[in-house]
Write a new protein. Structure first.
Length: 558
C-alpha cells in the first residue's frame, strides 16, 4: 500500500517497487544491531524507521542480532537491546534471529564461491594485505595466493574452521577486482580466524564471517525486501549486491539514510565504552549518556523519543541535530503527562510568626493544568516551611523581585508572606532561618485588596517534607562536537552531575514508584531514579523548564 500521509525518499522508493511489483507488493524490513554495547538515540532513529515503515505498509520487521564478532559480544547486550526496543513500543513478535543462526549456511555459500572461482584463501600477513591493497590513487597488487585451485582453497578453509591455524595465518577473500576505484571491492575479506568462544555457538567455530559477507546473506535468507542502513554503508552497497548476484539468491534493495548525530555528546560505541571503562560515567544507563537506557533512567518517555525521531525526519546527507530539540520534545510530552509538585532543592527554613504552632491548613493545588483528569491534591501548610535559598537575598539588586527583608511575596497556593527578620549564624554569618508573617485573608494566594506582588515562590511544609536526594544533570561535554577533540576526556563538563542531599519534597511524593515523572514547580521535570529506596528516594532532573529550542526557532524566523 502507498502511504500518502508521510513521504520521504525511502517511501518513494518503496512506493515505486510496489507499483512495479518488484517484491510482489511486500515490505519486509529488519533492525540488525550488533550485541557489542547498549543502544543509543541514533539506533532509536533506525528502530523507528524500520518498524515504522513495516507497520505503515502492513509489512513485517525482524529483530536480528549481527553477532559475528565474539570478541566484543555479550548476552547482557542482547537482553538490553530487546528491552529497549520493547520500551520504545515495537514488537518483532516471533521474528527474532541471530547471524549465528546462519553460520552453517554462510559456510556453504563461501564454499560455493570458492568452487566457482570467486573466492580464495589468502596466506599473506595482515600487514601485507593492507600494503598490497593499494591507495585511492593506486591499484592494489594481487595476492600471490589468488590463483590457488578450488581444491586447495576448500581444504584450507576446512582446516581454518577446524582450528588448525592461528589467528592471522589465513583469511578467505572474495576474488573481485584489485584495481577497482571502490577499495571495498579489492578482494574483500569474507572470513577470518578468531579463536574466541561465541555467546551462542560457544567453541563450535574457529572462523567468523565478516560483516559485509554476512549481512547481505542474512537479509536474503530472511526474505528482507528493503535493507535500510546508515549512510556509511553506501560504498558497501556494490559489495552487498555482488555477493547476492554471484550466489544467485534473493536480492533485497539496500537503501542508505543519514544517521543521527547529536551535539554535546558522542554516539560511537567505542567512545561510550571508554567513558564507562574509565569510570567517567557510572555505566551504560548513566543518565548523561545518549543511550536509550540512560535516557529512560533520566526520565525520557518512549513517546518523546519517537516524536523526536519523527521531527528530525530522514535525509541522505549527515548533519548535527541540536540537543535543544531533543529536550524540547521531552518538555512537550511531560508538560501534558507529568503532575506538578513542589520541591525545595536548597532549603532555607522560614518560621511564620503569626501562624499557630500545631495548626495544619490543608490547601488545594492543581495536579496538572494541562490535564483536567489529573484532579487536585491537598498541601499541608504549617508554621515552619522551607523555601529555596536562592529565592531570598538580604541585600537584593534592583532586578531581584523575590523575597527580601520587608518585602512581600506570594507563596504558591498559600498566602502572601512578608519577611520580618533574618537569623544568622553568629560565627559564620550564614543565614539560618527567616521569620515572616502571612496575610490570612490572602489564603489560596489571592490578593485580598487588589495589591500586587512581583514574585510567587514554591515552598514545602517542614513538618511534612520528604527528605530526598536530587541529581542535577547537564551535558556530559562542554563542546558541541567532543568526538572531534584530540581526547574526548579533555572536554568533559565538570558540572555534568551535581548531587544535592537533604532536599525537601511534598508529602505526596513519598510512595511514588520508580520512573514516575513529575514537574517540580519553577525548577524542571524530574524522574524517580531506579536507585531509590523507601528510606532514600532519589530524583533525577530530566530537563529544566527553560526551552532553548523555542528561542532558537524564534531567532531563526527573524
Amino acid at each position: 500500500m502507498e502511504n500518502k500521509e508521510k513521504t520521504n525518499f525511502i517511501r518513494n522508493i518503496i512506493d515505486e517497487h510496489n507499483r512495479t511489483g518488484r517484491f510482489d507488493g511486500k515490505v519486509h524490513t529488519r533492525f540488525p544491531p550488533e550485541p557489542n554495547g547498549y543502544l543509543h538515540i541514533g539506533h532509536a532513529k533506525s528502530i523507528c524507521l524500520n518498524f515504522g515503515i513495516a507497520e505503515d505498509y502492513d509489512g513485517l520487521c525482524n529483530l536480528r542480532f549481527d553477532d559475528t564478532n565474539p570478541a566484543k559480544e555479550e548476552e547482557e547486550f542482547v537482553h538490553s537491546i530487546q528491552k529497549d526496543i520493547k520500551w520504545l513500543g515495537y514488537d518483532w513478535e516471533d521474528r527474532l534471529y541471530f547471524a549465528s543462526d546462519y553460520f552453517p549456511q554462510m559456510y556453504e555459500f563461501a564454499k560455493e564461491l570458492i568452487r566457482s572461482g570467486k573466492a580464495y584463501v589468502d596466506s599473506q600477513s595482515p600487514a601485507e594485505i593492507r600494503e598490497n591493497r593499494g591507495t585511492v590513487k593506486e591499484s592494489g597488487k594481487p595476492s600471490p595466493y589468488r590463483n590457488r585451485s578450488a581444491e586447495e582453497n576448500l581444504n584450507l578453509l576446512e582446516r581454518m574452521k577446524n582450528g588448525e591455524f592461528e589467528e592471522g595465518e589465513h583469511v578467505l577473500r572474495a576474488k573481485i577486482d584489485m584495481s577497482s576505484p571502490n577499495m571495498l571491492m579489492r578482494d574483500p575479506l569474507m572470513y577470518r580466524i578468531k579463536k574466541k568462544a561465541h555467546h551462542r555457538t560457544e567453541n563450535e567455530w574457529n572462523i567468523y564471517p565478516m560483516y559485509d559477507f554476512a549481512h547481505c546473506l542474512e537479509d536474503s535468507l530472511e526474505g528482507i525486501t528493503h535493507s535500510l542502513c546508515s549512510i556509511e554503508f553506501e560504498n558497501n552497497r556494490p559489495l552487498y549486491d555482488w555477493f547476492l548476484e554471484n550466489l544467485n539468491i534473493h536480492h533485497p534493495q539496500q537503501i542508505e539514510f543519514a544517521r543521527l548525530n547529536l551535539n554535546y555528546t558522542v554516539m560511537s560505541k567505542r567512545l561510550l565504552s571508554r567513558l564507562i571503562a574509565e569510570n567517567i560515567v557510572s555505566g551504560w544507563d548513566d543518565p548523561r549518556l545518549p543511550t536509550i537506557s540512560g535516557l529512560r533512567r533520566r526520565g525520557y518517555t518512549p513517546e518523546s523519543i519517537r516524536n523526536f525521531c519523527e521531527k528530525i525526519g530522514l535525509a541522505k546527507r549527515e548533519s548535527i541535530v541540536d540537543m535543544a530539540l531533543l529536550e524540547h520534545t521531552i518538555r512537550e510530552d511531560l508538560n501534558k503527562r507529568a503532575n506538578r509538585v513542589m520541591g525545595v532543592l536548597r532549603p532555607l527554613k522560614v518560621i511564620i510568626d503569626n501562624f499557630p504552632e500545631e495548626e495544619v491548613d490543608d490547601l488545594e493545588a492543581i495536579n496538572n493544568p494541562e490535564d483536567e483528569t489529573a484532579g487536585k491534591r491537598t498541601i499541608p501548610f504549617t508554621k515552619e516551611i522551607y523555601i529555596e535559598r536562592t529565592d531570598f537575598m538580604e541585600n537584593p539588586p534592583k532586578k531581584f523581585f523575590r523575597l527580601a527583608p520587608g518585602r512581600e511575596v506570594r507563596l504558591r497556593y498559600a498566602y502572601f508572606m512578608k519577611c520580618e527578620k533574618v537569623i544568622k549564624d553568629k560565627i559564620t554569618g550564614e543565614i539560618k532561618e527567616l521569620h515572616c508573617t502571612i496575610d490570612p485573608p490572602s489564603r489560596g494566594g489571592r490578593s485580598p485588596d487588589g495589591r500586587k506582588v512581583k514574585a510567587t515562590l514554591h515552598w514545602v511544609s517542614a513538618r511534612f517534607a520528604i527528605d530526598t536526594e536530587i541529581r542535577l544533570y547537564e551535558n556530559l561535554f562542554e563542546v558541541p562536537n567532543p568526538a572531534a577533540e584530540e581526547d574526548i576526556t579533555d572536554s568533559i563538563n565538570p558540572n555534568s552531575l551535581k548531587i544535592l542531599k537533604n532536599c525537601k519534597l511534598e508529602l505526596c511524593t513519598k510512595n511514588l514508584p520508580v520512573q514516575t515523572k513529575v514537574q517540580f514547580e519553577r525548577l524542571g521535570y524530574f524522574c524517580k531514579d531506579d536507585d531509590s529506596t523507601a528510606e532514600h528516594p532519589v530524583f533525577n532532573r530530566t530537563v529544566t523548564l527553560r526551552d532553548v529550542w523555542k528561542k532558537i526557532q524564534k531567532r531563526n524566523k527573524k
